[in-house]
Design a protein around this ligand. Structure first.
Ligand SMILES: Cc1cc2nc3c(=O)[nH]c(=O)nc-3n(C[C@H](O)[C@H](O)[C@H](O)COP(=O)(O)OP(=O)(O)OC[C@H]3O[C@@H](n4cnc5c(N)ncnc54)[C@H](O)[C@@H]3O)c2cc1C
Length: 446
């Protein structure tokens, strides 16, 4: 079961995973002198402002992804990057600490996925480019066809080839179907569950995102080029992040209680109040949503002539979902074009790339569990802050805990590397010393 000259590939979903897959397939096809027809089905107008144009995300592009994109000749335009983040500030109930980029060249980019927050359409032309539209256009420039339709049904024809049905748009048959519907459209996931390859969607958790308008000056003055992370004892909160983006600040909340109510409570905390402009109020109708975030791999994400990429297959835990989409898209394109499109081809050549990420996610689950348990213990947080503060006076190469925290929130490294930094003898030794220091009455620093 192989792709040949004239083969047709359907990609269901034109988010990052779908567009990356199209780009990689068409690029490889050209190098193999293979004529391939690639159709991307994507009904969303990514150039539109507000939820209609947006694939609901914090919009952080890790530096590893910026580099990977550049290697593929995909350079983010200056209009797209609204902020270059070079510092994290960690806010806890016991104090705050700044974590500078662990290497001078490390920076992360903050972007909008769609046209921008609701209400931004009043600014014409829009002063920024959205990431998903940029990527979809790149795929079209490479030769993909963008069909602005929602796929309503999937069947197989007599030869076992996927047949896609669109409302009022007829039926098309393909040699390969790449599923990239993300995890925020249950009906689309059901299309694949109802097929014959035993697919079960990934595990997911509720999240909350809001775009708060503050004005560019206030954002620069109050937030700077800094991403603010909140590890606070608020019921239902795992962690929250406030990222500057032009005239907006993007608030992302993870945790089982992630909703508007929790955002309001977070907004009233002294840590958040210290950052917001005086008398600033949450806008009456902010652009906000409650998307799902990936927390565990899909079961059987491939079969004969069908393969799932991006969030709908395997992604990374709590971070760098776009980077994970890049990786699965690459592995999928390489497998389909150089090995074949049967289930056993994907099992042998695509699945290992997914498994590597999923194994690393297991470590991530462990790390977050430990933090969830110990984070309520004041001594633990005090000692953590103490180590990070101490590290800021040392060379980059010796800032193991700072690097671990930076990589946890940016998604720039695997959880395995993060664990190695956490377990580094210097980190552990200093941590124990901070615990002892904090435990001695009268010696606790604020
Ligand atoms: C709160 C939150 C914050 C996040 N922050 C970040 C971050 O800062 N950085 C990061 O890298 N990742 C982040 N992520 C993860 C990131 O959003 C996802 O990993 C990424 O969007 C996955 O890309 P995808 O292409 O698989 O799916 P999606 O981006 O969801 O795209 C799926 C596409 O498929 C289309 N589609 C669905 N059904 C159909 C159909 N039937 N027919 C045709 N088209 C269809 C949809 O319209 C959509 O455009 C975050 C996620 C959440 C929830």
């Amino acid at each position: 079961m192989e792709l040949a000259n004239g083969s047709r590939v359907a990609i269901l979903g034109g988010g990052p995973a779908g567009s990356f897959t199209a780009c990689f397939m068409l690029d490889l096809a050209r190098r193999l002198s293979l004529q391939l027809e690639v159709d991307i089905y994507e009904p969303r107008g990514f150039y539109q402002c507000g939820p209609v144009g947006c694939n609901m995300c914090g919009g952080i592009i890790s530096e590893s992804l910026v580099q990977n994109l550049a290697t593929e000749g995909l350079h983010l335009s200056p209009n797209m990057v609204l902020e270059t983040i070079n510092t994290y500030t960690l806010h806890t109930d016991y104090g705050s600490v700044d974590i500078g980029t662990p290497l001078e060249e490390m920076r992360i980019a903050a972007i909008f996925r769609g046209g921008g927050p609701r209400g931004a359409e009043n600014q014409k032309p829009l002063p920024w480019d959205g990431f998903d539209w940029f990527m979809l256009q790149k795929a079209v420039q490479q030769g993909a066809r963008h069909l602005p339709h929602r796929v309503a049904e999937i069947h197989r024809d007599g030869d076992g080839k996927p047949r896609l049905l669109m409302k009022n748009e007829g039926v098309r048959v393909y040699d390969l179907l790449v599923g990239a519907p993300g995890i925020n459209n249950p009906a689309s996931l059901r299309l694949f569950e109802n097929m014959d390859f035993g697919y079960q969607p990934p595990k997911m958790m509720k999240a909350f995102i809001a775009e708060w308008y503050m004005g560019a000056e206030d954002v620069q003055e109050r937030l700077g080029h800094v991403m603010h992370i909140f590890l606070l004892h608020l019921p239902g909160l795992m962690f929250a992040a406030l990222t500057p983006k032009g005239p907006y600040a993007t608030l992302v909340i993870l945790g089982e209680g992630a909703d508007e109510e929790l955002a309001n409570r977070l907004c009233r905390t002294p840590q958040m109040q210290a950052l917001l402009p005086p008398n600033w109020q949450i806008p009456v109708q902010p652009c906000q949503c409650q998307p799902h975030i990936y927390i565990g791999a899909a079961k059987n994400p491939f079969g004969d002539r069908v393969v799932m990429v991006g969030d709908a297959g395997v992604s990374r835990l709590y971070k760098d979902g776009i980077g994970a989409a890049f990786r699965t898209a690459k592995a999928c394109a390489n497998t389909a074009l150089t090995r074949g499109v049967a289930k056993e081809h994907f099992q042998r050549h695509y699945w290992p790339a997914c498994q590597e990420m999923e194994r690393d996610n297991l470590l991530g689950h462990g790390l977050f569990k430990v933090d969830g348990l110990l984070g309520w213990w004041p001594l633990f947080r005090h000692a953590l802050l103490g180590v990070v503060r101490w590290e800021q006076n040392h060379p980059f190469s010796q800032r193991h805990l700072s690097r671990a925290l930076w990589n946890t929130f940016t998604g720039s490294a695997a959880y395995t590397d993060i664990l190695l930094d956490l377990l580094h003898p210097t980190t552990m030794g200093r941590f124990c010393w901070e615990v002892v220091k904090q435990a001695i009455p009268g010696s606790r620093s604020s």
